[in-house]
Design a protein around this ligand. Structure first.
Ligand code: NAD
Length: 358
């Protein structure tokens, strides 16, 4: 059992913020990055939380991540926006892209946003939640340019990334529906978390270098690599393909076949559709049907071992409440990597520890 550090969200955010500042970021950039990463941990997605900071620092040192970069508008056609993320921190680029798209969606009823060339944009649910904050429904298809790590259905080696898909639906006066998942059996970061904790993966999750089943997470963390399997067999594999075509190609960027990401760099492309239900004239219908349908959906008698049927977004909110109260668990290997990242930006480890545990 790996040693765990229990850290409170506010000082942990301050510590991550200090590392980001160490890469030369503005206060706003450091705030956006640190808040977004800690929020992912609060929501239970440690794979997309503060554990990404060492990779961001390495990518920055290699010249793969641009600090203080902003979104550029490469095409502005009212309800269509094509954006370039200029390899900037994805937490800034994703935020700016969604703010631009939301303003257009409120004005025109809909906005299609093609975002290319952003550095890692993290948990995609964050962007759906931002749209929900503007009263918008949103759909997101994302591709991932780094070393391919997911095999197509029926294949023996990796041909694409964990290509996430996400939909957010606002709910007047209630908790929204946020469906947000990687199209791989598990997120790549979760294999890293398992590897760092010394745990095995569930059978049927990954394959080894020969394309045969294994439960050892090393095959997706250290060379020589195997691959993660797609979720949902041929259906999930098909959705991952669509994420390449929409998130990579249609959004104006690159698919895995033309992948130029280097070193520790992770580039995301995202194709998003933002819809204002008020402008579509269905806001009241959506609100009424959503309440009726969710009540019907969750009334299904729970299966053996299940407490109750949940809707997408609920597990994250429950984890968030619990971790805000009890603190965020960070395994020792991940924490050491974060201390190493502090070193690389010229911070003393003891200073980082002091901020994180204040
Ligand atoms: P996951 O397997 O935990 O699935 C999460 C989704 O399933 C959520 O919508 C959640 O609310 C829902 N869910 C979970 N349990 C449920 C239950 N019992 N009943 C109903 N709904 C339930 O997520 P994942 O695939 O591990 O993805 C983790 C995160 O990684 C996501 O936020 C994703 O956006 C992110 N990601 C990002 C990238 C990138 O390149 N930026 C790549 C891959 C994944």
């Amino acid at each position: 059992m790996a040693t765990m550090h229990i850290l409170q969200a506010a000082p942990l955010t301050a510590a991550i913020r200090a590392i980001v500042k160490g890469t030369g970021s503005s206060d706003r950039e450091a705030d956006l990055v640190a808040t977004n990463l800690v929020e992912a941990n609060l929501k239970g997605h440690d794979s997309h939380g503060i554990g990404m900071i060492p990779r961001y620092v390495d990518s920055w040192k290699e010249g793969g991540l641009a600090v203080n970069a902003h979104v550029s508008i490469t095409l502005d056609a009212n309800a269509l926006l094509r954006l370039d993320g200029n390899q900037g921190y994805g937490q800034v680029i994703g935020y700016e892209a969604m703010e631009l798209g939301a303003e257009r969606a409120r004005r025109h009823g809909v906005c299609v946003v093609g975002l290319a060339n952003a550095h890692h944009i993290g948990r995609i649910g964050a962007w759906a939640e931002q749209c929900i904050g503007h009263g918008l429904v949103s759909v997101h298809f994302v591709n991932v340019l780094s070393r391919p790590i997911v095999a197509p259905w029926g294949g023996r080696d990796a041909r694409h990334g964990t290509n996430p898909f996400c939909v957010g639906v606002p709910r007047a006066g209630g908790d929204p529906v946020v469906l947000d998942f990687a199209t791989s059996r598990i997120a790549q970061g979760k294999t890293r978390v398992a590897y760092n904790k010394g745990e095995q993966l569930a059978p049927g999750t990954i394959i080894d270098t020969r394309g045969d089943p294994t439960t050892d997470p090393r095959f997706t963390v250290v060379e020589p690599y195997g691959a993660i399997l797609p979720f949902g067999e041929h259906k999930g594999s098909g959705l991952a393909l669509i994420c390449e075509l929409l998130g990579g190609a249609l959004a104006g960027g690159t698919t895995q076949s033309g992948n130029t990401a280097r070193g520790r760099q992770v580039i995301n492309g995202m194709f998003s559709i933002l819809i204002d239900p008020t402008r579509l004239g269905t806001a009241e219908n959506l609100a009424r049907e959503l309440e009726a349908y969710v009540a019907w959906h969750i009334a299904s008698p729970p299966a053996a071992g299940v407490e109750r049927v949940l809707i997408a977004g609920e597990p994250e909110r429950a984890t968030r409440r619990q971790r805000l109260a009890d603190g965020i668990p960070v395994d020792d290997a991940t924490w050491n990597e974060i201390l190493g990242a502090a070193d690389k930006v010229g911070m003393r480890r003891a200073d980082l520890e002091a901020i994180a545990r204040a």
